[in-house]
Design a protein around this ligand. Structure first.
Ligand code: KPL
Length: 291
C-alpha cells in the first residue's frame, strides 16, 4: 500500500508517522525544499502517553505518482495551489469549508474523498508532534470515489475510521463547532476548556455555532443533535488542548479563519442570511493575524 501525506504540520506528521509504523509505504510531502531536507534527515517524532516513536518516511517536495491514496492535510488556504499526479484518489481531512470544492476543481469530483479527523495533535517543534488524544476519523465519497480502500489504509496506521454516506454533513458539523471554539480560543489566548468557564465567551461560542448551523441549513444540512451542546462537549473533552487556530496565532502564522468564519459569512451572504457575530469574529482574527 502506498500513500502520500501532504502537509508536514502536526496532523500531517502524525498521519505519516503512524502509517509508516503500520507498514504503509508512505511519503510525506512538504512544499518547502529546505524543511523537506531537514525532515528527511531527522525523521518524524511522535510523542504520546505510550512513549515516543520516530518514523523516517521519504520527504518529497512534489506529490509522487502511482500512490493508492493522497491524504491532504495542508492548511485550507494552501489547498487550491496543490498539484496532483493523475488517477490517485485524494482525501481531504482538513479543517474548514471550501477544501473539497478546491480539490474537485483540481482533480475532478470522481477522485475526491472527504472527511474530518478528531485526532488531537500539536507541533512541539518542526517534525516533532505530541499526539494528545486518539479519536475518530470519518470519511466518505464526495461523488463516486469508493472510500473502502482509503479506510483500509488509514486503519493500517491504527486510526479509528468510520465511513459516512454524508461527508458534507460531517464537514459542516466540524466546521460549525470549530467556528465557535477556534477563533475565541485564539482571541482570548486560552485552552479549549476555558471557554466554558468564561460566561461571556461561552455565550458568544453558542451564538457563533448557531449562526453557522443556520447557514448550513440554507445548504440543506440539518443536525439532529444540538451542535451547541456538541461544541461544549468538545471543549470539555479537549479542555487542555490548544486549538489549531491558537497554535497558528502563537506561531504568527496565517490562521484558517477564512475557511471557517470567512466561508460561513460568505455563504450566509449568498443565502441573504446575516451573520453579524461571525463577521465580527472574522474581522477580529484578521486583525490578530496582521498585528
Ligand atoms: O479541531 C479542533 C482544532 O483545534 O482545530 C478542536 C476541535 C477545536 C480541538 O482543538
Amino acid at each position: 500500500m502506498k500513500a502520500a501525506v501532504v502537509g508536514p504540520g502536526a496532523l500531517g506528521c502524525l498521519f505519516a508517522a503512524r502509517l509508516a509504523e503500520g507498514g504503509v509505504n508512505v511519503t510525506l510531502v512538504d512544499y518547502k525544499p529546505d524543511r523537506a531536507k531537514r525532515l528527511q534527515a531527522k525523521g518524524v517524532v511522535v510523542e504520546s502517553a505510550a512513549g515516543s516513536t520516530t518514523a523516517k518516511p521519504p520527504v518529497t517536495v512534489g506529490i509522487p505518482p502511482r500512490q493508492d491514496l493522497i491524504i491532504v492535510l495542508v492548511k485550507s488556504h494552501a489547498t487550491a495551489a496543490l498539484e496532483f499526479p493523475p488517477e490517485t484518489p485524494v482525501l481531504s481531512l482538513q479543517n474548514g469549508l471550501g477544501n473539497i470544492e478546491a480539490l474537485c476543481s483540481s482533480v475532478g469530483s470522481a477522485r475526491v474523498l472527504a472527511g474530518v479527523t478528531s485526532e488531537a495533535a500539536h507541533e512541539l517543534e518542526e517534525g516533532r508532534v505530541r499526539h494528545a488524544a486518539a479519536s475518530l476519523t470519518t470519511i466518505g465519497s464526495w461523488t463516486s470515489c469508493p472510500p473502502n480502500h482509503a479506510a483500509e489504509i488509514l486503519r493500517k496506521g491504527g486510526f479509528a475510521v468510520e465511513i459516512t454516506d454524508a461527508p458534507g454533513q460531517t464537514i459542516w458539523e466540524k466546521a460549525s463547532i470549530n467556528a465557535g471554539i477556534n477563533p475565541l480560543t485564539a482571541l482570548l489566548d486560552v485552552p479549549n476548556g476555558k471557554l466554558l468557564d468564561i460566561r461571556e465567551a461561552r455565550e458568544l461560542m453558542r451564538d457563533l455555532v448557531v449562526e453557522a448551523t443556520k447557514v448550513a441549513a440554507t445548504e440543506g444540512y440539518r443536525f439532529g443533535a444540538s451542535l451547541v451542546e456538541k461544541a461544549e462537549e468538545t471543549c470539555r473533552e479537549s479542555a487542555e488542548n490548544i486549538s489549531s487556530m491558537l497554535q497558528d496565532v502563537r506561531k504568527r502564522k496565517r490562521t484558517e479563519i477564512d475557511a471557517l468564519s470567512g466561508e460561513i459569512m460568505r455563504r450566509g451572504q449568498i443565502a441573504a442570511l446575516p451573520t453579524p457575530r461571525t463577521r465580527m469574529i472574522w474581522q477580529l482574527v484578521k486583525g490578530l493575524e496582521q498585528r
